[in-house]
Write a protein that binds this ligand. Structure first.
Ligand code: AMP
Length: 299
């Protein structure tokens, strides 16, 4: 099944207790598509400015990520600046500059219409909805979001929820969206709003899968070192839908496995800054970690 990913492509400046990087590749669609590319070819829909380094276009192409719908627009690439303290589950956003994303409405290539799966990685829910309506995908639709949109565009997000199959968000966002402290109550609220399947990510504590009741829990892969948690959620989402795009049918088993792959891909992402952790690994590394994960959780 073909996979289309839409979301942000950014130049991130990030500081964590373990180091600092300026203007490195970031954005939900970068993490999501690179993660998914381990399983499936990807069509990327996004926008960058004239200052966006050419080498990243080459990197995407090399990994089977189609860039024909990655627009280069006059202006500056989206910028995000953030800092993490010892609690790595929370990013303190210092600045967000939408730049070329302001009012962005992409040209959707004809051959992309309606075929395959769609990952609406984190970006303005109005843009996510606009894309959804133009593509009207026949396959699985997954959607991720963040606190900024829950705060500023809750109505648009709730409208979009009804259309997606799989909605991913982190624990703090689930509480914020639902007004419920208990995560099962939060998942029930989101389910009542129309999302068929929900993944609540809990950072280093793993993730839960809810679909008319709690169906599966997955731990996070325990690491010796973490450099930068940026993009863990987007990588998780990309790994999940990338894996599901490879399967001929979506079953209970493939859904469970997709969460395990999401968790494993995210573990590689946070070991390094930017997408470096994902670029250095091979399918063999993923397989090894999957087998180790299996051993650690079997009982
Ligand atoms: P995560 O750590 O999974 O929440 O994702 C972090 C990534 O999201 C960073 O690489 C940022 O460039 C990107 N990002 C931050 N703010 C936004 C926003 N408002 N819309 C879209 N992407 C964003």
């Amino acid at each position: 099944m073909a996979l289309t990913v839409i979301g942000s492509i950014a130049l991130d400046s990030v500081e964590t207790p373990f180091g600092k990087r300026e203007e490195v590749l970031g954005g939900s669609a970068s993490y999501g598509s690179v993660s998914a590319s381990f399983f499936s070819p990807v069509n990327l829909i996004s926008v960058v400015g004239t200052d966006f380094p050419e080498k990243y276009f080459k990197m995407f192409s090399k990994r089977g990520i189609g860039t024909s719908a990655l627009e280069r627009k006059k202006g500056k690439t989206f910028r995000w600046k953030a800092r993490y303290h010892y609690d790595l589950s929370y990013a303190e956003t210092i600045s967000t500059h939408l730049n070329v994303f302001t009012g962005f409405r992409p040209a959707i290539p004809r051959n992309m219409n309606s075929k395959g799966n769609l990952l609406l990685a984190n970006i303005d829910p109005e843009l996510q909805d606009w894309i959804f309506e133009r593509i009207k995908p026949s396959g699985l639709v997954a959607c991720d979001t963040m606190n900024l949109w829950i705060e500023n565009k809750k109505k648009a997000l709730l409208k979009l929820l009804k259309k997606v199959d799989l909605f991913l968000l982190n624990d703090a966002e689930a509480r914020q969206l639902s007004g419920q402290r208990n995560l099962l109550e939060a998942a029930r609220y989101i389910s009542d709003k129309g999302a068929r399947m929900i993944v609540i990510k809990k950072g280093e504590h793993g993730a839960l899968f809810y679909s008319r009741g709690l169906r599966f829990i997955v731990p996070a892969y325990l690491l010796e070192t973490i450099a930068d948690p940026t993009g863990a959620g987007d990588t998780f989402a990309g790994g999940m839908i990338g894996y599901l795009s490879k399967r001929s049918r979506i079953t209970d088993k493939s859904l469970r496995r997709s969460l395990v792959y999401g968790s494993i891909l995210a573990s590689f992402a946070v070991e390094k800054f930017s997408i470096e952790g994902l670029l250095k690994i091979t399918p063999e590394d993923i397989k090894n970690r999957y087998e180790h994960f299996e051993k650690l959780t079997k009982f």
